[in-house]
Design a binder for this molecule. Structure first.
Ligand code: OGA
Ligand code: NI
Length: 324
């Protein structure tokens, strides 16, 4: 499924810089006040942090490792019917060689689910391996619960009304993307994922022990150090818009390596298609006018994709489209 070669143009090669700054790891079993403050600070500074003691059970994390590996090892004929290049399909297996903005060294199984209605979504998922549906169903339920809890903490930290992010802002699809990054023979010139910002409110990445994810911070790429049983949390453009820029949506990318395969499971909460995203009234004042325009979520996704394609994958150009 992977292309033979995904060499990048020189200006998109990973520069050889490493930063001494590290992302905060927030222990969610600390006091609510401490956790709320730490998340707000990290959201403002990095748009990224890691969480431990997050409420997703260790058993589910171990089961996910097993079924994701079993899925990868299935014979090709068991997976061929899932493969599609059509990015409008909600559930599909695809390769990083099919991106419109370049070729990347990954394979991805993206699954969609709705809440309520998870039982119906599950019927659209792969039937093999045997425990796949059961484990993914448990995982996505718990991961979504963690995401909503983090948003609630943020809501309190920002002084927004209780439950501000519940309802239309988060009741669209939940996407669970399992991404396999195989060892790459040309790791120094090949990316697993291009620099991008997520478009939705919040994304939760479970990424095992192999490094590769990097976050753009103050002109430098920060390596995300693997922490056992942690999730990497990152905020998307929707949250940057809703908070009128208080919370950052940071650019990030995934490097490849020649020795080890890497697997990540990326869970994203999406808004309802009809929801109009725009800065929260509560955060605006005469001194702090709206910095982003109001856009219906479905148009926002479409316009962002178009801007990204037209700029050849330049995230900053795509974000500018929504700034006033
Ligand atoms: C993504 C993403 C990071 C990873 O899917 O948007 O940033 O580690 N993934 O796979
Ligand atoms: Ni991302």
């Amino acid at each position: 499924m992977l292309p033979n070669c995904c060499a990048l143009e020189p200006e998109r090669l990973p520069p050889a810089i490493t930063s001494a700054v590290t992302l905060p790891v927030i222990d969610m079993s600390c006091s609510r006040e401490e956790v709320r403050q730490a998340m707000l600070d990290a959201g403002k500074e990095f748009g990224f942090f890691q969480v431990v003691n997050h409420g997703v059970s260790e058993q589910v994390l171990r089961d996910m490792e097993v079924v994701c590996e079993e899925f990868l090892q299935l014979p090709a004929e068991d997976k061929a019917h899932l493969y599609s290049d059509d990015n409008k399909k909600l559930n599909r297996l695809f390769s990083g060689s099919t991106f419109k903005t370049g070729s990347f060294w990954m394979d991805c199984l993206r699954l969609a689910c709705t809440f309520p209605g998870l039982e119906d979504s599950v019927n659209e998922w792969p039937e093999k391996p045997k425990r796949f549906r059961e484990v993914f169903q448990k995982f996505v339920t718990q991961a979504r619960g963690m995401g909503l809890e983090i948003l609630q903490l943020l809501c309190e930290g920002l002084g927004l009304p209780i439950g501000y992010f519940e309802g239309e802002q988060t009741d669209g699809n939940v996407f669970v993307s399992t991404i396999w990054y195989p060892p790459c023979p040309n790791a120094s010139t090949t990316l697993g994922l291009p620099p991008h910002c997520d478009r939705n409110l919040i994304t939760m990445v479970l990424s095992g022990t192999v490094p590769g994810l990097e976050v753009f911070y103050n002109g430098d790429w920060l390596k995300v150090e693997p922490v056992r049983n942690a999730f990497v949390i990152n905020f998307g453009i929707q949250l940057e818009v809703v908070t009128n820029g208080i919370i950052k949506s940071a650019e990030h990318r995934v490097l490849t390596n020649a020795a080890l395969p890497r697997t990540s499971v990326v869970t994203s909460l999406m808004a309802n298609d009809d929801y109009v995203i725009g800065p929260a009234e509560e955060l605006l004042s005469e001194d702090n006018p709206a910095r982003y325009r109001n856009t219906m979520f479905r148009d926002f996704m479409r316009l962002y994709n178009k801007a990204l394609e037209e700029s050849g994958g330049d995230v900053k150009q795509a974000i500018k489209y929504f700034k006033i």
